[in-house]
Design a protein around this ligand. Structure first.
Ligand code: CMP
Length: 138
């Protein structure tokens, strides 16, 4: 089934000049990037995006990190896109991510992990709507 998921290239990867490499990995995997932009998130915006983690001990640090530099949100499309993109991202903790995955190649640790990806169809719908408006999602 053709799905869409939200991917984000995080500030650590943008700062390190890894955006092109990450886009290449996504495209070579057969997934299509149908829209993308380079933006800055405010701390407030990052807090709303990661609201589901608001009771976690890492919430403040995570939202500081996500608002400290440019990010590249992407609409990623393809057959079974949510699961396939999560596979090419690798495990959340970059230091444990499988060899050759984006987080293994471009991330550092559990917080500075280069990329984000939606974890389920409902989350993908909400997260895509956070970064992209109607005409961008056609
Ligand atoms: P992401 O896929 O963007 O979803 C939530 C983010 O929280 C996750 O990637 C990590 O960057 C971060 N995160 C998850 N667990 C921890 C943790 N234990 N300590 C610090 N950051 C975390």
């Amino acid at each position: 089934m053709i799905e869409r998921t939200l991917g984000i290239i995080k500030p650590d990867a943008v700062r390190a000049g890894n955006s092109g490499k990450i886009i290449d990995i996504i495209e070579k995997s057969g997934l299509e990037i149908v829209a993308m932009k380079k933006i800055s998130l405010s701390k407030d915006q990052a807090e709303v995006f990661y609201e589901v983690h608001k009771d976690k001990p890492f919430y403040d640090s995570l939202t500081k990190f996500m608002s400290d530099g440019k990010v590249v949100p992407m609409v990623i499309q393809g057959d079974d896109a949510i699961k396939r993109y999560r596979q090419i991202m690798g495990a959340t903790d970059s230091s444990k991510a499988e060899k050759g995955t984006i987080r293994n190649l471009c991330g550092t640790d559990i917080e500075h992990n280069a990329v984000h990806g939606s974890d389920a169809p409902e989350t993908a719908k909400d997260e895509l709507g956070f970064f992209f408006c109607g005409y961008e999602l056609i």
